[in-house]
Design a protein around this ligand. Structure first.
Ligand SMILES: *Cc1c(COP(=O)(O)O)cnc(C)c1O
Length: 425
């Protein structure tokens, strides 16, 4: 019995054939020894896929952190220095943000109790949307409960089976899945290749097209050629969507993101999406753009319409965090100084640095097994750095995904460099 699953073929050994006098259509099947249903069991198939992943040395495990105090985390009774969170500005544990959450929870409770269109949209949500518009220079914004939901809902509202979604090969999984779920034709171009994107658009000149790209690529840390992509969208009548999950707070004037850094207006980059769970240190996401875009998403983005609004206290907390992220330029300056320090040190060690000027500084080691061993060696030295393996990254491109934060100290970066110097190579 062969079961096709995600392009891999799995052989199942568990199915027993029926006696010759039985056909598959005759029912009911006799119970008891010698008889088993022919229908593949879903959980068994899933277990086989897990076993296959384990054999390939690619099994993922959830690690439980007993405690996190800024960059110091407790795992299995040991304190580790954390180099894998997306808390780029060090806001997730900022005392002012914690206080905002406590105080607003006292005021407005915990659950929003309903979707935004029912009775879940409170003053706190409206204020957060306003703050996000101001920050990103957009006319309107719409909150989603996560970045995944924002991407799913937006692409599904904008595209149907007549549409084409042109995407960078290294876009986040949520963008790829969103295009598939929308039923659109998904066309991928080589990473960062605006000319490749242009060819994909030219091949479907009659169809409505969305060109979707990450602003900063989540596993590589490099920045998309946004000005070029905007220019070709303008020329070819396509709509540009930028997922700035890793650029917001980190790049651009006042941390307004990669799109602002590239000088792109709402007209140039009409669909801007970003999350609140990374540099903003909270949870949730938003899409910002014209009033017409937001009105349309309010009607048709199913992941907005049919889901519970984020807790109002969290919205108020995120509003406080946005203010800090916007106003405290020293956090970005410090982060940039740490990035420069790390890159200089890693270059001196001859480590394979990526072409990144952002907080994401991957060290691509290639082989999944040695990357896991490197992560284990770092952990033995008191450092938490995740090994990122296929299928999250392409085959042969396993890496240590080092992320830096304004909450790190120079001495922390030096400790990481010391440990990296001792990795067996
Ligand atoms: C993290 C991330 C998302 C998903 O955001 P969540 O709020 O974590 O669901 C989407 N796009 C990119 C590029 C991301 O890095």
């Amino acid at each position: 019995m062969r079961v096709r699953n995600h392009g891999h073929t799995h052989v199942c050994h568990t199915f027993v054939t029926l006696p010759p006098d039985r056909t598959l259509t005759s029912a009911p099947l006799p119970q008891g020894e010698g008889f088993e249903l022919m229908r593949p069991d879903l959980l068994q198939t899933l277990a086989l896929r897990v076993a296959e992943r384990e054999r390939a040395g690619l099994l993922r495990r959830v690690r439980t952190l007993d405690q996190a105090r800024s960059t110091r985390v407790m795992v299995d009774g040991r304190e580790l220095l954390n180099f894998c969170s997306n808390d780029y500005l060090g806001l997730a544990q900022d005392p002012r943000i914690i206080k905002a959450l406590q105080e607003t929870a006292n005021e407005c409770g915990v659950g929003s109790t309903a979707a935004h269109l029912v009775c879940g949209h409170r003053r706190e949500h409206a204020r957060l949307e306003e703050a996000l518009c101001e920050w990103t220079g957009r006319a309107a914004a719409l909150l989603f409960s996560s970045g995944w939901l924002a991407n799913l809902g937006t692409l599904q509202a904008l595209l149907d089976h007549n549409g084409v979604c042109v995407q960078d090969k290294l876009n986040h999984a949520s963008q790829l899945d969103a295009a598939r779920l929308a039923g659109a034709t998904l066309k991928r171009y080589p990473h960062g290749d605006a000319a490749g994107a242009s060819r994909q658009l030219a091949a479907c000149a009659e169809q409505p097209a969305l060109l979707a790209t990450d602003g900063v690529f989540s596993m590589d840390g490099d920045v998309a050629p946004l000005a070029e992509l905007a220019a070709l969208c303008r020329r070819d009548g396509a709509t540009l969507m930028v997922d700035d999950a890793h650029g917001l707070g980190v790049l651009g004037p006042n941390g307004a993101g990669s799109v602002a850094e590239a000088g792109l207006s709402q007209h140039d980059a009409p669909v801007l999406m970003a999350t609140l769970g990374k540099s903003v240190g909270c949870m949730g996401a938003f899409v910002a753009g014209s009033r017409a875009l937001i009105d349309g998403l309010t009607q048709f983005a199913r992941t907005f319409v049919y889901t519970t609004a984020m807790p109002p206290a969290l919205a108020a907390t995120a509003t406080a965090a946005v203010r800090i992220a916007r106003d405290e330029d020293w956090r970005r300056d410090k982060l940039q100084a740490l990035i420069a320090r790390f890159r200089a040190g890693a270059a001196q060690l001859g480590l394979p640095l990526a072409n990144s000027r952002t907080a994401i500084q991957p060290i691509v080691l290639g082989d999944a097994g040695s990357t896991v061993m490197a992560a284990q060696a770092l952990e033995a030295a008191g450092l938490l750095v995740t090994a990122i393996r296929p299928p999250t990254v392409p085959q042969g491109k396993a890496r240590l995904r080092v992320t830096l934060s304004a909450a790190h100290m120079e001495a922390d970066v030096d400790r990481l460099l010391d440990a990296l110097a001792y990795l067996p190579r």
